[in-house]
Design a protein around this ligand. Structure first.
Ligand code: FCB
Length: 464
């Protein structure tokens, strides 16, 4: 087949895919402060738990840290130009709490607020809607020294910080996400220690989760007080559809446990005002220190749910009943394909997840706030980077989004993770998720083929 007819067929396929999305659908890309900004010691920024964690030997891949990252702090103009070139309608970024409040509370660092103020104005000038996340894991170190998310006071500090930021940016930012993936903050950070702050105490994960949820619930009314009524406030969770590898009763039982652990733990308190039934017993742990009224605060009404999804969970029931976080997943799944993170590629998982979450919880609107794939991309010095597996990953997951909408899910937007290659937490710079490649030695940006593909899809969407 000739190159021209190949291209024509591809363009046609993109038009067919684009046509399956409603006219108001929002297309974007996502990043997070610590993963891209760099400038860790500039303009009065304080330290965060991720600076401390990365500085601890053995915690991140080859000791990598976000100190320089993609140097986005100094490249707002260039990076927002890239977004415009890709045709993004929205950009999801996070605000670094320690840039705004170096001590976590108290004295405000104006330079930090000014940075996000400029970012927001630049986005709006380029017709890109800002989606701001208030907490994507970079807790100010002084708060961690006072107990971090194990200390109830951190929830109140978060609410104050959230109010401060919405007061400054709320006249221009219409979409707000309180927390990104509190499951990861609590379980990976406090429970098994692979993320900052690096504690290995499963009971601590339960307690930290409660204070994260409380912080979220306390923040919502304070934010709304400074936002126009048209603004939308939501939260983003990492969610996974759970499947069984067989029909055994043990498998059905373990699916329920795993579903409570990876989804219900955070969705139930927010949408039902209660933790999943017997959840703490199924974890083999004690309930967190819940005070009277907490669950009502946590269940503050929201405008949307942000869903981050990369893979699925496939289980085979164990003989004896496991603890909820000890269910046995099938891995590797025979004949399945995996990304560079070792995550199974299973687009149907996103479709089923969106449909089921909307059926089981009163979510209002849904956004896919993160979805994407790491592959070992190589830049040969040319003007693009060939990443066919990412193109096919994105195409299949975006098709799954279209199917979810067709099955009734109120999905209003999709954000690819990530705009740029970046600091992938414990994996450092070894994993590349961007649709734009970063040559870290020069900070040169090169749009990958997946970026060009995404731009073509968005272009087709605008034309249908
Ligand atoms: C999510 C995180 C995001 C990124 C992706 C790959 O869990 O929210 O920062 O690391 O995974």
């Amino acid at each position: 087949m000739s190159i021209t007819s190949n291209t024509r067929i591809r363009a046609q396929a993109e038009t067919d895919l684009a046509r399956r999305f409603p006219a108001h659908f929002l297309w974007g890309a996502a990043t997070a402060s610590y993963q891209i900004e760099g400038a860790a010691r500039e303009d009065g920024r304080g330290y965060s738990i991720w600076d401390d964690f990365a500085a601890t030997p053995g915690k991140t891949y080859q000791g990598h840290s976000g100190e320089v990252a993609a140097d986005h702090y100094h490249r707002v103009e260039e990076d927002t130009d890239l977004m415009a070139q890709l045709g993004l309608g929205a950009y999801r970024f996070s605000i670094a709490w320690p840039r705004i409040l170096p001590e976590g509370r108290g004295a405000v660092n104006q330079a930090g607020l000014d940075f996000y103020d400029r970012l927001v104005d630049t986005l709006l000038a380029k017709n890109i809607q800002p989606f701001a996340t208030l907490y994507h894991w970079d807790l100010p170190s002084p708060l961690e020294q006072a107990g971090g998310w194990l200390n109830r006071a951190t929830a109140y500090a978060f609410a104050d910080y959230a109010e401060l930021v919405t007061r400054r940016l709320g006249d221009r930012v219409a979409n707000w996400i309180t927390l990104n993936e509190p499951w990861c903050s609590a379980y990976l950070g406090y429970g098994i220690g692979v993320h900052a702050p690096g504690l290995r105490d499963r009971q601590a994960a339960i307690d930290a989760a409660h204070h994260l949820l409380l912080g979220h619930g306390l923040a919502v009314p304070g934010m709304r007080a400074h936002l126009p009524s048209s603004a939308q406030v939501g939260i983003t969770h990492l969610l996974n559809q759970v499947y069984g590898a067989d029909e055994r009763a043990e498998t059905a039982r373990d699916m329920e446990l795993a579903n409570a652990f990876s989804n219900g733990w955070f969705l139930d308190p927010i949408y039902r005002g209660a933790y999943p039934e017997r959840f703490f017993e199924h974890m083999g742990l004690n309930p967190p220190p819940i005070q009277e009224g907490d669950l009502k605060i946590i269940a503050a009404p929201l405008d949307f749910l942000g869903v981050n999804n990369y893979s699925r969970i496939l289980l085979r029931g164990a003989q004896a009943q496991p603890l909820a976080d000890r269910c046995v997943s099938v891995s590797p799944v025979p004949n399945a394909c995996y990304t560079d993170m070792g995550w199974e590629i299973y687009p149907r998982g996103l479709r089923d997840l969106l449909v089921n979450v909307a059926r089981n919880y009163p979510v209002g609107k849904l956004y896919v706030t993160e979805n994407g794939a790491a592959f070992p991309d190589v830049w040969d010095g040319g003007d693009t980077v060939s990443d066919p597996r990412r193109v096919s990953y994105l195409r299949s997951y975006i098709t799954a989004c279209a199917e979810a909408i067709e099955q009734g899910a109120p999905l209003c937007g999709y954000f690819v993770w990530s705009l740029l290659d970046n600091f992938e937490w414990g994996e450092g710079y070894a994993k590349r998720f961007g649709i734009v490649y970063i040559d870290y030695s020069t900070q040169r940006r090169v749009i990958k083929e997946s970026g060009h593909w995404y731009a073509a899809l968005l272009d087709a969407f605008r034309k249908v």
